[in-house]
Design a protein around this ligand. Structure first.
Ligand code: SME
Length: 151
């Protein structure tokens, strides 16, 4: 993974699209097509005043998990921990919401606006142990960019 090139492409998607929805969709589509072990890419955001996440844009198979209560699953845990969560093997997690037998690993990175955790990017992979620090670097960069769009 050449993070610098990917970051430049993300910048151009954001700069060349003009609605939040199309920017987020563009990021999802780009990451899923560009990184072969990214099999599902989506954004969840806090659902108004509720203690739950709501699915926004995504690329990959449709999921029934469009609403996730805070604390539930990998995503719900990140909503309360405010920390990156890298799961190299989902079989080792008890508090995990399965999106199908094919998913073997998952990474979730929070998005902050004015120090408040407003949402996250969530990646599912069909490969065990695929993620490195490069993934965290790239996804943190994207989350920071998205936080500017949210304001
Ligand atoms: N696996 C997630 C649920 C969302 S899907 O991956 C799209 C979780 O445990 O929170």
């Amino acid at each position: 993974m050449i993070v610098e090139n990917l970051k430049k492409q993300i910048d151009s998607i954001i700069n060349n699209t003009n609605t939040l929805e199309s920017q987020l969709q563009g990021i999802c589509d780009y990451l899923k097509s560009e990184i072969n072990y990214y099999d599902w890419v989506g954004f969840y955001f806090k659902n108004g005043d509720k203690e739950e996440l709501k699915l926004a844009q995504y690329a990959g198979e449709e999921t029934e998990h469009t609403i996730i209560p805070f604390g539930k699953g990998i995503c719900g845990q990140v909503a309360v921990s405010n920390k990156n969560f890298v799961v190299q093997d989902v079989n080792e997690q008890d508090n995990y919401i399965s999106c199908g037998w094919k998913v073997k690993s998952e990474i979730v990175i929070p998005i902050f606006v004015n120090d408040e955790n407003v949402g996250q990017i969530d990646i599912d992979s069909h490969t065990v142990n695929p993620f490195t620090e490069k993934d965290e670097e790239l996804l943190e960069y994207i989350c920071k960019k998205v936080s500017f769009l949210q304001i």
